[in-house]
Structure formats: C-alpha cells, structure tokens
Ligand binder design. Structure first.
Ligand SMILES: [Zn+2]
Length: 437
C-alpha cells in the first residue's frame, strides 16, 4: 500500500511528482543533474509544466569547453528552456547555471547537457521538433506543438549544422550533378546546383549552392574537399557547359557520364517546344484540336498511355503534324538504353541522330547535334552500367521537388537549403536516449 507509507496518507501531488520524475530519469537523464521538482502551473486559460533542475550535490560543475570538472565560481540567475511537451502540455526546464573556474579556460558558464549556447529551446526539444519536421511541414509542426515557425526553423537549422559538422565523407565513389529551378524568376539567380552521392549503397544530397555557374560547382567541389574528389570514380551530369568544364578540370580522372535522366529531359523539352510552336501556328484551324490537352500524354512513355488518350495519340501520329513526328523520334530513343554493348549503342546513336537531323524539326535537330557532340560521354553510361545507381539522380531530383514545393513557408535561400539537407542529406544526429518519431 504505497499510498500510506509511514502511516501517513500522502497527498496526490507528491505521488504524481514521483511518477513523472521516474519517467524523466528513465528517458531523459542528464549526467550531473537531478530533477528537483515538477510543477503543473496554471494561469488563466493556459496550462504548462515547469521542471526545476538541480545540480547533483556530489558532482562539481564541468567546464563547457573541455568538459572537465572545475570549482564553482558563482551562480547566474535562473534560465528557462523549452522542453519536450509532456502529454501535449507545454513544458519548460528551469535552472540557474553556475559559472566555473577552469584552470585552462578560465571563468565561464558550466556545461549544460540540454542547452546549446544561448538558445532558448533545449536540445531534446530541438531534436523533437526537427524529427517531426521531416514528416510535417514546418508550419504544421509549429502549430501541433504550440510553438513558432521560427522555433521549428531554428531547431532544424541547428540539427543540420550539427550534422554537417559531424558527417564523414568516406567511400564516395559516384556523384551526380544536377541543376534545378527554384523560385519564380527565370534569371540565373533562380537556379540551384546540387551534388548527390549516387553509389549503389548510399544515395544522398552532399551539397547545394546558388546559381549554376562554373564558380558554383567549383565551390561545391572545394567544400567536398580534395580527398573526396580524388576518390571519385564516376561523375554523372547534364550537358550544361559550365559543369562539363569544371568536371573535366577538377575530376578528369573519373569516368564522366551524361546520364539517361538528363538526356530524356532534353528530348521531352524539345518535343514540348515543337508542340507549343505548332499550337501557335494552327490557332483557330480545325487541325488544332489534335494538339489540345496533349501535353502530358505526349511526354509520357508511349507504353503508358492507355484508353481514349491512346486513340487520340494515334490520331495525332497519322495526321503528319510535326508534333507527331517529334513524338516518334522521342519514343524511338528509349531503345538506346537497352543496349549492353557500347559498339551497338554507338551504332544506334548514329542512326537515330541521322534521322533526327533530316527531320526538319529544329528542336529535335538541336538535340541530335548535342548528342553527337557529346557522344563519348553518353556512351560512358554503358561503360558504367551496374556500378552507378543510374536511376538515383531522377529519384533524388523528384524528392527535391517534393521538398521545395511543400509549404515550409520558406522565406529565404537558407531556409530552403536547410530543409533540403534535413530531408535528403542523411546527416548524423546527436545521440539521445529517445527517438521521438
Ligand atoms: Zn576547460
């Protein structure tokens, strides 16, 4: 009968206190500190929990820089940190930090295992928010856990910075370089350069930077460091000239591959351009009906177009419109990727580009000229088959779009950068006894 120990009936409050303390000690113990008191506070309509922390009586404070025990110097006023909400009730940690006198580092605030510098949010709470912020948007995370968007952003930022500082870049043999459009403008400033690791055993975002110039990629390579660059065996990229130049100069020892995903996008863009031009030319004429609402049907692989859309597509092909002919060219290129031998792939490429160059469809001719100019780099795709995860760039590119489109309420480049590293960087996290989700 634990309620009546010492022959004295206990009030309800100490009993609850004991249970919460047990819970906290079990899942969130801070070495050198104890949970002194846990109070449920009420003021008006608001309800919150205060957890008062106390230094362990037998353990001296530790220097924040070297973590070694040091004699106490004085005590600062009480500080308050946001803590993980218990039962959905906002919870705070309260503690008056000591200053210690370290023989090496002098007088300074003691090491507090739950605190990161002057941040008002405790480390467990930052991890809690950041882990949820991978599943919910930042705005939703803030709303669900009664905090601000800023608090969520800062928590994710802290975790990303920690992860970038602690990640180890070993065994990176294959990278993919990609550019994506970001923002509303069409200028150079609204592009980003991304570097992925695309080894079969690990696919992740390694780096991103603003714009898509030579300087951007050089900066990316510099961040990865000379050792990573030296260890590269494969580099996949688009036919974007500034990238080609930097890859040739900095990673000439690796096999440079122009990958399938980028070539397919060039073909699709060319086809779309043909359709748009033809739409404009046919405006108002009866034949224009054939091109109406055809955009996605055309860009899709032919084998995946079914039902009524398929009938419409056949109608377009028989109409001898340039869009139909361009579609045939795009579609026939898929066969290229099925070759095993480099020689046969080269033969196919030569026949296909010949056909495209004779087609009198300028956007398709442009693609054909581009493919011819980079033939060797394209054929490298067959030389690296099986060693590089060839679908990885496309997969990561799609994920990036999901993240940049999700309503994070990004206001700045840095917020968007943070969200991308957080979701796709596979960064290490500080070890905590408890995972929140
Ligand atoms: Zn020290």
């Amino acid at each position: 009968m634990w309620l009546f120990e010492n022959n004295k009936p206990r009030t309800r409050r100490p009993a609850i206190q004991l249970k919460v303390k047990t819970l906290l000690n079990r899942i969130q113990h801070f070495v050198g500190f104890v949970f002194r008191e846990i109070r449920l506070c009420e003021a008006g309509a608001s309800l919150w929990i205060d957890i008062h922390i106390e230094a362990h009586a037998a353990m001296p404070g530790r220097c924040a820089q070297c973590r070694k025990a040091a004699p106490s110097y004085d005590r600062l006023p009480q500080r308050i940190w946001d803590f993980v909400p218990l039962w959905g009730i906002p919870t705070r940690l309260l503690y008056p930090p000591r200053r210690v006198d370290c023989p090496i580092h002098g007088i300074g605030v003691e090491f507090l295992p739950w605190s990161a510098g002057k941040r008002p949010v405790s480390i467990p709470m930052m991890l809690f928010l950041a882990q949820w912020a991978r599943r919910l948007s930042w705005r939703e995370t803030a709303r669900v856990f009664h905090t601000s968007w800023e608090a969520v952003y800062r928590s994710v930022d802290w975790l990303v910075q920690w992860g970038l500082a602690h990640r180890v870049l070993v065994g990176v043999e294959a990278i993919g370089i990609d550019e994506i459009h970001w923002g509303r403008g069409k200028g150079a400033a609204s592009f980003l350069t991304l570097i992925y690791q695309i080894d079969t055993h690990c696919r992740r975002l390694l780096w991103l930077g603003p714009r898509r110039t030579q300087a951007t990629l050089r900066q990316g390579f510099a961040t990865l460091g000379p050792e990573v660059i030296r260890g590269l065996r494969f580099v996949c990229s688009d036919m974007w000239k500034p990238y080609l130049a930097v890859i040739a100069a900095k990673a000439g020892h690796a096999l440079h591959i122009l990958d399938r995903f980028h070539i397919t996008s060039h073909l699709n863009e060319a086809l779309d351009q043909v359709r748009r031009t033809e739409c404009r030319q046919l405006k108002g004429r009866p034949r224009a009906v054939r091109l109406k609402r055809m955009r996605w049907k055309l860009l899709r692989r032919g084998s995946r177009v079914r039902g009524r859309a398929k009938t419409k597509l056949y109608g377009l092909l028989q109409s001898k419109l340039a869009t139909g002919r361009a579609w045939m060219l795009k579609e026939s290129f898929y066969a290229f990727w099925n070759y095993r031998s480099v020689t046969w792939a080269a033969a196919f490429l030569s026949v296909w580009t010949e056909r495209a160059l004779r087609s009198r469809i300028e956007p398709m001719r442009k693609v054909a000229r581009m493919l011819r100019a980079h033939e060797e780099l394209i054929l490298n795709w067959f030389r690296a088959k099986g060693e590089v995860s060839t679908g990885a760039t496309e997969g990561l590119n799609n994920k990036i779009r999901v993240v940049t489109r999700r309503s994070y309420g990004f206001r700045t480049y840095h917020a968007m950068e943070t969200a991308l590293y957080h979701n796709l960087g596979q960064l290490p996290e500080p070890e905590l006894t408890h995972r929140f989700c």
